[in-house]
Design a binder for this molecule. Structure first.
Ligand SMILES: Cc1cc2nc3c(=O)[nH]c(=O)nc-3n(C[C@H](O)[C@H](O)[C@H](O)COP(=O)(O)OP(=O)(O)OC[C@H]3O[C@@H](n4cnc5c(N)ncnc54)[C@H](O)[C@@H]3O)c2cc1C
Length: 390
C-alpha cells in the first residue's frame, strides 16, 4: 500500500520532535519515524541546559555562537509557560538558574569581563542567603548566577512526543531513491510504502546512514567525541555550575548538572573539558581524573560512598572546515531531502524556524492530503537517561 504525506521526519531526538510539533501546528501532514526510542542518542545524554551562550563569549568577544543562542532561554521559558511556538507545559524544570564559579587565578579577569556592558545584564553575583546550600560556608571568591535553565530531558521528550503521539512510529525503513539523491519512497516494517514531498533527516549521528545511501555532494557530518561521567551519591544539595579553570576558554573545566534517579539516589552529571579531554582515554583513567578533580574543587564534600560511571558519546553536527563546533544550527537542502543538525539542544527552536523557512522557499505548503495515522507500527516510547541504565 502506498501512503502519501507532506513531510516525513527521520529521527525522534529533540530536532525531529520539535520539528514535528511545529509542522503539525502549521497544518502539514507530517509523520516521524524512529528506529529506537525517542531521544536515544545525544538528546537523552544531554545535560538539559538551555543556555544563552555566555560561556561561548568567555573568550572576550561575542562570537557567532553566542549571538545565535542569546534569545533561547527566554524562548524556551515562554514555551514552558504555554505561550511559545511549542507547548512545553508539563516538562519538569530542574533548575531556573545556572552558576559560574571561577578559580582564583581567573577571578579578576572574569569580574572585569562580567562587569562590562557587553554581558552585565546576563549575570549577577550571588552572596549571603542567595548562595546555594552546597556552597554555603565554603565559598572563597565570587559565584555568578546566569539566566540559564536546566530541564529534565526525559519529561521534555515525553511532552513533545505526547502532543503528536498518533503520528510517531518505531520502524526501520528501506529507501528507494533516484541517482540525484532524491527519496522516492520508504518501505516501513509494516510493509507500507511512504511517499512525501519533503524528507527531513534529523537522526543525529544516524544521519550518516542517509548520507552514505543518498550521497548528497554538498552535505557532510562531523562527530566530536566525549567521555561523560556520572557520579551517584547521596549529597542532598543539587548543583548546577560551570567551574572555570585557569584558562579563559569557552569550555569550562567542569560542567555539572544534578538529576534525580529512579533508585532514589542523586546523580551528578559531569561534562565540560573533563569530558572532551576524556574522549581519548580509558574509563578507569577518566574516573580517577574525575575523583581527583572533585577532591580538588570540593574538598568539603565526602565522595567515599559514591559510585562513578563513564561512557563515550559523539556529538553530531554539520561538518565545519576546521572541525570545530558550528556557530549555530544547520539545515542543508539537497533535492527533496533536508539534512538537519541543531548543534545544541538549546537551538532546536532556531533549527525549526530555519527548516520552515526553507520549506516555504521550496514552495511547499500544507496540503489537504491524507493525515490519518499509519497502522501496525508501535509508538517508540522515551529513552531512559544514562543515570538509570548504567
Ligand atoms: C553528552 C552531551 C551533553 C549535551 N548537553 C547539552 C546541553 O546541556 N545543552 C545543549 O543545548 N546541548 C547539549 N548537547 C547537544 C545536544 O544534546 C544535541 O545537539 C541534540 O540533542 C541533538 O539532537 P538531535 O535530535 O539532532 O539528535 P539525537 O538526540 O541524537 O536524536 C537522533 C534520533 O534519531 C534516531 N535515529 C538514529 N538513526 C536513525 C535512522 N536511521 N532512522 C530514524 N531514526 C534514527 C535516534 O534513535 C535518536 O532518537 C549535549 C550533547 C551531548 C552528547
Amino acid at each position: 500500500m502506498l501512503i502519501e504525506k507532506d513531510i516525513v521526519i527521520l529521527g525522534g531526538g529533540i530536532a525531529g520532535l520539535w520539528l514535528l510539533n511545529r509542522l503539525r501546528s502549521a497544518g502539514f501532514a507530517a509523520v516521524l519515524l524512529e528506529t529506537s526510542t525517542l531521544g536515544d542518542g545525544q538528546t537523552i545524554a544531554s545535560q538539559g541546559m538551555i543556555h544563552g551562550g555566555l560561556k561561548y563569549a568567555l573568550g572576550g568577544t561575542l562570537t557567532g555562537a553566542s549571538e545565535a543562542i542569546a534569545d533561547m532561554p527566554l524562548h524556551w521559558q515562554r514555551c514552558l509557560q504555554g505561550r511559545g511556538d511549542v507547548d512545553l507545559r508539563g516538562t519538569r524544570l530542574l533548575s531556573d538558574t545556572y552558576y559560574m564559579w571561577p578559580r582564583s587565578n581567573v577571578r579578576s579577569r572574569l569580574t572585569a569581563y562580567l562587569g562590562s556592558k557587553l554581558v552585565s545584564s546576563k549575570t549577577s553575583e550571588v552572596s549571603g542567603e542567595s548562595v546555594p546550600e552546597f556552597f554555603k560556608g565554603h565559598l572563597q571568591g565570587p559565584l555568578y548566577r546566569l539566566h540559564d535553565i536546566v530541564l529534565d530531558v526525559p519529561s521534555l521528550l515525553h511532552t513533545l512526543g505526547e502532543h503528536c503521539r498518533p503520528h510517531i512510529y518505531r520502524t526501520h525503513c528501506s529507501i528507494d531513491h533516484d541517482a540525484q539523491g532524491n527519496i522516492r519512497t520508504l518501505t516501513l516494517d509494516n510493509g507500507c510504502q511512504l511517499k512525501a514531498r519533503i524528507y527531513l533527516c534529523a537522526a543525529g549521528t544516524g544521519n550518516e546512514v542517509w548520507l552514505n545511501v543518498l550521497k548528497p555532494p554538498t552535505v557532510a557530518m562531523q562527530k566530536r567525541p566525549l567521555q561523560m561521567v556520572v557520579v551517584k551519591h547521596r549529597n542532598p544539595h543539587p548543583l548546577y555550575v560551570h567551574c572555570l579553570a585557569d584558562q579563559f576558554s569557552s569550555t569550562p573545566e567542569l560542567t555539572i548538572t544534578t538529576h534525580p534517579c529512579q533508585d532514589g539516589s542523586i546523580a551528578w552529571y559531569l561534562g565540560g573539558e573533563l569530558a572532551e579531554a576524556g574522549a581519548t582515554i580509558d574509563a578507569a583513567t577518566q574516573i580517577q581524573r574525575t575523583r581527583n578533580k572533585l577532591a580538588e574543587l570540593f574538598p568539603w564534600c565526602d565522595f567515599s560512598g559514591a559510585r562513578f560511571h563513564s561512557f563515550y558519546i559523539d556529538r553530531a553536527e554539520a561538518r565545519q572546515p576546521d572541525g570545530k563546533r558550528p556557530d549555530r544550527d544547520s539545515v542543508i537542502v539537497d533535492g527533496n531531502v533536508l539534512y538537519c543538525w541543531p548543534t545544541k539542544l538549546t537551538l532546536a527552536p532556531a533549527l525549526a524556524n530555519a527548516v520552515i523557512e526553507k520549506i516555504a522557499a521550496l514552495g511547499i505548503t500544507a496540503s489537504e492530503g491524507n493525515d490519518s495515522p499509519l497502522t501496525g507500527l508501535p509508538y517508540p516510547g522515551v529513552a531512559l537517561p544514562v543515570w538509570d541504565t548504567l
